[in-house]
Design a protein around this ligand. Structure first.
Ligand code: SF4
Ligand code: FES
Length: 253
């Protein structure tokens, strides 16, 4: 049976003043919050901007702040989100440049992610039937299809939720951030000594692990259990161990 869902959504256009707008949408009673967000677009305002793709917590594109907390709305039932509330509050992620309505600019975040150099080469992974994955054609800088492996961070779906939840990111966007540091921690596992040292130098940068205030909000909010805070603590332990070994003339590499 369809239900009526009141929502208050954040609205923004470049050059205009950000504000909130209320709507009531009709969705199936088992709908998730992304369905209610999409219904704003479908039933009220075709200029309403939001992002989504997979609808099952795989792509990370739909991340928003729901009732004040970072969530993937594609996996939160409307009934659960509305419990004891008169309306849903939907806002864009914090600590990213705003583009429009619920859409933020992820480019800087993706560049930091890339800095960790972590690459998982899909063709090397076996599939259920034992056949390798096909190589995926990507567009190169000249818009030509090139044949190169599909890179991704293990577990991390690059949703940006940890960046939004992080109080240090709120103070400075220069901070490398939880997900990129978790990427570095993952990338140093099994790396050769030279590469490991280069990655640890990046983590040791003034915008690296020492900027973290240990709030653990990233780990608390991450929908994929990546546990970036623990990765940051592990990087700190590794860096301290190396510094102590160097101090006492021991080989820390
Ligand atoms: S570490 Fe978790 S919260 Fe951060 S981008 Fe990756 S999946 Fe999202
Ligand atoms: S739509 Fe892909 S994670 Fe929500």
């Amino acid at each position: 049976m369809p239900i009526q869902v009141p929502l208050k959504v954040f609205r923004y256009r470049p050059g205009s003043t950000p504000h909130y707008q209320s709507f009531v949408v009709t969705v199936p009673e088992d709908a998730n919050v992304i369905d209610a967000i999409e219904a704003v677009w479908a039933q009220h305002d075709r200029s309403f901007a939001f992002r989504h793709a997979c609808h099952h917590a795989s792509c990370g594109t739909c991340a928003v702040r729901l009732n004040g907390y970072e969530k993937l709305p594609c996996i939160v039932p409307v009934r659960e989100a509305l419990a004891e509330r008169s309306e849903l509050l939907i806002e864009p992620l914090r600590n990213f440049p705003l583009v429009m309505d619920l859409v933020v600019d992820m480019a800087g975040f993706f560049q930091k992610q890339e800095a960790s150099g972590l690459k998982i080469t899909r063709p090397a992974e076996p599939t259920l039937n034992g056949q390798p994955y096909q190589r995926i054609g990507l567009l190169d800088a000249s818009n030509r299809l090139e044949d190169r492996p599909y890179n991704r961070f293990e577990n991390c779906i690059e949703c940006g939720i940890c960046i939004s939840a992080c109080p240090t990111m709120a103070a400075t966007d220069k901070f490398l951030g939880p997900a990129p540091l978790a990427g570095i921690h993952r990338a140093i596992q099994g790396s050769d000594p030279a590469r490991k040292s280069a990655l640890l130098a990046l983590a040791d940068d003034e915008q690296g692990v020492w900027r973290c205030h240990s709030a653990w909000e990233c780990t608390e909010s991450c929908p994929q259990s990546v546990n970036p805070a623990e990765a940051i603590m592990a990087l700190r332990r590794e860096l301290i161990k190396r510094k102590v070994r160097r101090l006492f003339g021991l080989n820390g590499r």
